[in-house]
Design a protein around this ligand. Sequence first.
Ligand code: ZN
Length: 240
Amino acid sequence: MTPQQQLQQWIDGAQRIAVLSGAGMSTESGIPDFRSADGLWAQDMTLADVVSIDYFRRAPSAFWQAFRDIFRIKLIGGYEPNDGHRFLAALEAAGKEVTILTQNIDGLHGRAGNRRVLELHGTLMSASCPDCRMPHPLDYVQQHEVPACRRCRAVLKPDVVLYGEAVPLIDVAFQAALNAELLLVMGSSLEVSPVNLIPVEAARAGIPCVLINYTPTRFDTLFDLCIHAGIGDTCRRLSC
Ligand code: ZN
């Protein structure tokens, strides 16, 4: 049996499927991995320093300037789901219980049609007031260089989980993975904690785990099956 056939067999046999997706899921939609961003935002600051809750609190204007640069926030509306997103939506449409745990902040899983999507690192599609919590949509954020709350004028914080902030949905995500009959990790190099511990726990619980990622990861030996290929290429050869 080829790896592709094995994967098909596991998909066919599982009713509850959890998917952990990372930046590689969206590269075929034209969205670059923000961690490969290489701008000059501020002297001697790393990406993790800039996209951090500390920097947001200390220098909100400079933060927003760098944030826009890194996430090309003005362009985000132009991206479309790709064959990988569409395959996962088709699995759900075919009657499977698909829970997507995504590290991506682009909203493409939801746009493809999946309804059970946990955006573990938040979303670029909105920003909220740190004081009164009022949410503001992306078009408002786009219209203001340093967006401020309509109600209390505090500088808005993107609804993205910044470096230094806790991942609020992490417990729910572990639960979803441990309730599944199959875990697919798609397009994640598993470099970011604590999300990279999800397949560790699932493997420990005896759940079949499959990795679909272009490049090997340091967790490859955990997986029952590793497919080092493109997500679109792999998904186009699978059926629901
Ligand atoms: Zn407010």
